[in-house]
Design a protein around this ligand. Structure first.
Ligand code: F0G
Length: 465
């Protein structure tokens, strides 16, 4: 297996296609009407009106024939489903945590973990925020504190481990508030909001030593941690000949528990889990699950979903799968770079992130350049992308002002095993054309702002000059 990566610079999909889903192409005139009706928010466009859907890599993977066969083995008993025990075994085996609680998706696990561990007035340090993760931490009374390395906030820095925790920043917080006000460190693999950037094993070891010394647990957001393992294998000394499974296990062994959105790494359309080694925490989580998710042996999932997830873990750990998955993302990124389009570097694992602030320097951050660019891409080619900037970051709860993060990005997220290289060519061509006409793109005004996670449902109008 290792040789496939080490000895070849080219890659090909390690599968052949057995079933296809037809795409619908709309006209430019139709798309202009559709985006206006959707309030210039790509989340509010109907899927039938999208040509190539790069909104997210979440729940959008193509399952394998083995996974589809697994659906037929669904044991839909309310309690004690056989599929729960398969999944438990797979998580114990590959992630290495002792206890498993399935949840309907990642945020279900985040809700339970946050409610159980965070008290009002606590601080939760993490390697950059994720939208749902931070919201649950805040709703439990905590304040999120960003302790990621500075390079992560600089789209031009090509530092290979932009997901690393800056231990000095963490130490500053711990000294200031005391370790008892820090219930855990929230550590994300392949940091989504930074552009899909990994932490290194060396950094995790250092973090682990620090946290042990201060009695602070580490809770991993394992959503894209197998992709993080791929980068460790590729970039970190001493890991080139280790299997992804061994690297994943080493990561998890340095943490105390994990929340998981299985809709990414694990190649399923729905599902998640909370896993940990502390039995008392697990029992309390199982009890809270019956309030929010369902009985502790299904957690909001059908038995068949748990079976597909158990099979997905093994497929996600196949080296050739990750080489092709990440190879495809890099193929698109390299094409955009060649066309001069400003993108976040290094190219991450789950998508290419356009630096919208550099793409549209004529727009103020409060005219939402990334939101405007995502809308313009849709109008140009029917390709649906997502804003990851000022709209996603929301307002500071203390000042009520937009957070205006340094990273103002449009995410071209690549679903796993879904699109071909020719689709990547079409996407790159459209964005390169748009880049040539970038001064025509107008800013947006927010006209409807929901209270929680506003980016999902906010509506905008164009600002005409
Ligand atoms: N953590 C990370 C790093 C995520 O990327 C997501 C979801 C979640 C947690 C929440 O999981 O959606 O299953 O409840 N990310 C999706 C995305 C929505 O498009 O990036 P969920």
């Amino acid at each position: 297996m290792d040789e496939t990566i080490a000895s070849k610079s080219s890659w090909a999909e390690p599968f052949k296609i057995k079933m296809v889903e037809l795409l619908r192409v709309t006209t430019r005139q139709e798309r202009e009407r559709i985006i206006a009706e959707a309030g210039y928010n790509t989340f509010l466009i109907r899927s039938r009106d999208v040509y190539i859907d790069l909104l997210t890599d979440s729940g959008t993977a193509a399952m394998s024939d083995r996974q589809w066969a697994g659906l037929m083995l669904g044991d839909e008993a309310y309690a004690g489903s056989e599929n729960y025990y398969h999944l438990e075994k797979a998580v114990q085996n590959y992630y290495g945590y002792k206890f498993l609680l399935p949840t309907h998706q990642g945020r279900g696990a985040e809700n339970i973990l946050s409610q159980l561990l965070i008290k009002p007035g606590d601080y939760v340090p993490g390697n950059m925020y994720f939208t749902t993760t931070r919201l649950h931490q805040e709703r439990a009374g905590g304040a999120f504190v960003d302790v990621i390395v500075d390079e992560a906030h600089d789209p031009q820095s090509d530092y290979p481990f932009k997901g690393n925790v800056d231990i000095a920043k963490l130490d500053r917080l711990v000294r200031e508030v005391g370790p008892r006000r820090v219930p855990y460190v929230s550590l994300e693999g392949n940091v989504n909001m930074a552009g899909g950037q990994p932490f290194s094993m060396a950094n995790l070891k250092e973090l682990h030593a620090y946290c042990r010394q201060h009695g602070i647990p580490i809770m991993l957001d394992a959503t894209r941690t197998i992709e993080n393992a791929f980068f460790i294998k590729e970039r970190e000394r001493g890991y080139a000949s280790r299997s992804l499974a061994r690297i994943l296990r080493e990561i998890c062994d340095l943490t105390d528990g994990a929340t998981m959105s299985a809709k990414k790494d694990l190649l399923v359309n729905i599902g998640g889990f909370l896993a940990c080694n502390d039995e008392d925490l697990f029992k309390r989580a199982q009890n809270l699950a019956v309030v929010y998710e369902g009985l502790h042996t299904y957690g909001g999932l059908a038995g068949r979903d748990m079976e597909a997830m158990a099979i997905g873990i093994e497929e996600a750990l196949m080296e050739e799968h990750q080489a092709a998955r990440i190879g495809q993302v890099r193929y698109l990124g390299a094409k955009l770079e060649a066309a001069g389009v400003p993108i976040v570097k290094p190219i991450g694992s789950h998508g290419v992130f356009i630096d919208a602030a550099t793409f549209l320097p004529h727009l103020d951050r409060d005219e939402y350049p990334a939101q405007a660019l995502a809308a313009a891409i849709y109008v140009d080619s029917g390709v649906r992308t997502m804003e990851r900037g000022n709209v996603s970051a929301g307002r500071d709860p203390e000042t009520g002002l937009n957070r205006r993060p340094n990273l103002e990005l449009v995410r071209l997220t690549i679903p796993r095993r879904v699109y071909t290289q020719a689709h990547m060519d079409v996407i790159a061509e459209s964005i390169a054309n748009l880049y040539a006409r970038r001064t025509d793109i107008q800013g947006l005004r927010m006209v409807h702002e929901p209270q929680y996670l506003r980016f999902f449902q906010a509506r905008f109008e164009t600002i005409s000059r």
